[in-house]
Design a protein around this ligand. Structure first.
Ligand SMILES: Nc1ncnc2c1ncn2[C@@H]1O[C@H](COP(=O)(O)OP(=O)(O)OP(=O)(O)O)[C@@H](O)[C@H]1O
Length: 498
């Protein structure tokens, strides 16, 4: 059965004016009769008539309407449902509505269209037709304040459908609209990079260009990570079914300059997630940590970089280890030491158990889609409780640049897939340890013409130097070993003769 909404059952264009004239006189007549009746009918009888006329109207009018307001009663926050509907209707509005509103998103790069007030569009769901109308309540009130006008306007969407489809619309269609609308919003939305300033977050627009295509690492391992991430992101129902919070922990480890931060940016770009870069040393205590983490939104990556340096996560205060860390840590990554805020470290009382309680407990009650990523240059320094499976589900080692990873860098930096120096470079890279950051430095354009040969020869030179230094180092250590052996042998001989 084909159902048409009454407002859409307009007569043909030719008879429209006579229909409206007739309708107008009927309404005017009814209003006049009602006004007269109100004069003479007693109060009780009047409300009785009102009640039954409404019932009658409901009975003959077979449509249900639902209104979604832009703001709640407090007018503080824009309703999420309203935004989701606006996004969901965007494509239908641009193809059906005659009057549209336009908005710019993503640094003015893309235009989002929505229907203007009093426009109406239709939608189909499982063969059922649905109508959406848009309107505004209130008005712009001119005020004498410095800002000129106070906006009291609030938009709304009105959904109309036949009452025989009530269950389908309420149980399935509305969920479908909200879910799709949120997805569209995430795609259009600019991603943000949040950092914590003490116990509150501040953010900037996140525009890191790294992707998994530009990340230099073993291609098989890379594909595994991409599959793992996309499976995680598409599996809300699975997590619900098995009763687990929709979260996944990644531990990225490896020497400095091997691409841990770059991989986090690539993850965010792949999944369209925001990043929350949590600086633990700036968090005073476990309560502040909990507050910060509760404020993180769904579809986000919460990152704790250099977790081994962030805090003493064995539950002891940082002070004890400070001398030791400065001694062995500065050699591996001097920059990190400079970044450390001694004030923050003094003030921070975040403990390992506070962090673990959050990872295990809090997310389960918050719901939402979140990745937790820890990075470290020294995996052995970490407490095993922190990185056990279930907390850190996937351990990814980012290591020195080998020939496969080099090919990715050459393609990105020099736009080449092959070169006669590739074989030599591949062999040398397998013999010495150079980080992708070091290799990339040699592939940066040396002059305006971006000479490929110059770049690759510079890399070969650096690799040969590194090989020579390695061989020398090995020879020296052999000599030292031999000398030590001789000394041990001599001292044991003298001990025996004694
Ligand atoms: N695997 C990689 N693929 C592509 N580029 C890389 C890779 N590793 C490093 N780089 C380049 O080197 C620079 C430093 O890399 P990145 O900051 O990601 O390393 P990191 O492992 O996080 O280092 P750290 O431990 O010091 O934080 C980046 O700007 C990036 O361009």
């Amino acid at each position: 059965m084909k159902i048409d909404k009454p407002t859409m059952m307009a007569a043909s264009v030719g008879g429209a004016s006579s229909v409206f004239a007739h309708l107008g006189s009927v309404i005017a007549g009814a209003m006049f009769a009602w006004a007269i009746l109100q004069q003479f009918l007693p109060q009780d009888l009047r409300s009785y008539v009102q009640k039954y006329s409404q019932r009658f109207f409901r009975y003959v009018y077979p449509y249900i309407q639902i209104t979604f307001n832009e703001y709640g009663r407090e007018r503080l926050m824009r309703s999420e449902a309203y935004s989701a509907i606006e996004n969901y209707l965007s494509s239908r509005s641009s193809s059906q509505a005659k009057r549209l509103k336009a908005d710019l998103v993503k640094s003015n790069q893309s235009l989002v269209l929505s229907m203007d007030d009093h426009e109406e569009v239709s939608d189909q769901y499982n063969g059922v037709k649905i109508w959406w109308a848009c309107g505004t309540r209130g008005s712009k009130v001119q005020s004498s304040s410095f800002h000129g006008a106070t906006v009291n306007e609030s938009g709304f969407y009105k959904l109309t459908f036949h009452k025989m489809h009530r269950d389908l619309i309420l149980e399935q269609y509305l969920n479908h609209v909200l879910r799709q609308g949120k997805e569209i919003r995430f795609k259009n939305q600019q991603r943000k990079l949040y950092t914590n300033n003490g116990w509150f977050w501040t953010h900037v627009v996140f525009e890191h260009p790294a992707t998994f295509d530009t990340l230099a690492m073993d291609p098989i391992e890379k594909q595994e990570i991409i599959d793992d991430l996309t499976t995680f992101s598409n599996n809300e129902d699975f997590y619900k079914r098995i009763g687990r919070a929709w979260k996944r922990g990644y531990l990225l480890f490896g020497p400095p300059g091997t691409g841990k931060s770059t991989m986090i940016a690539a993850m965010a770009n792949l999944l369209n997630y925001d990043i929350y870069d949590l600086e633990l040393t700036a968090v005073r205590d476990n309560t502040s940590l909990r507050r910060l983490l509760i404020e993180t939104s769904s579809k986000s990556i919460i990152v704790i970089e250099d977790i081994d340096c962030s805090l003493d996560l064995t539950g002891q205060r940082k002070k004890k280890k400070k001398a030791e860390e400065v001694k062995d840590g500065e050699a591996t990554n001097p920059e990190k030491r400079v970044e450390k805020d001694p004030e923050g470290e003094k003030a921070s009382r975040v403990t390992l158990s506070g962090l673990l309680n959050f990872i295990d407990g809090l997310w389960s009650s918050c719901g939402g889609e979140r990745l937790l990523v820890f990075t470290t240059n020294h995996i052995k320094k970490l407490d095993p409780a922190l990185i056990r499976k279930g907390r850190m589900d996937k351990h990814v080692e980012l290591s020195y640049c080998r020939s496969e990873a080099f090919k990715v860098l050459a393609k990105n930096y020099l736009l080449i897939d092959a070169h006669h120096l590739f074989d030599d470079i591949g062999k040398l890279l397998n013999e010495v340890d150079l980080t992708p950051a070091d290799v990339a430095e040699h592939l940066m354009p040396k002059n305006a013409s971006k000479n490929v040969d110059v770049c690759l020869k510079s890399l070969v030179g650096a690799l040969e130097e590194a090989k020579e230094a390695k061989l020398k180092g090995e020879e020296n250590s052999e000599e030292v070993k031999a000398e030590t052996k001789d000394m041990v042998f001599a001292s044991s001989e003298s001990a025996e003769s004694d």
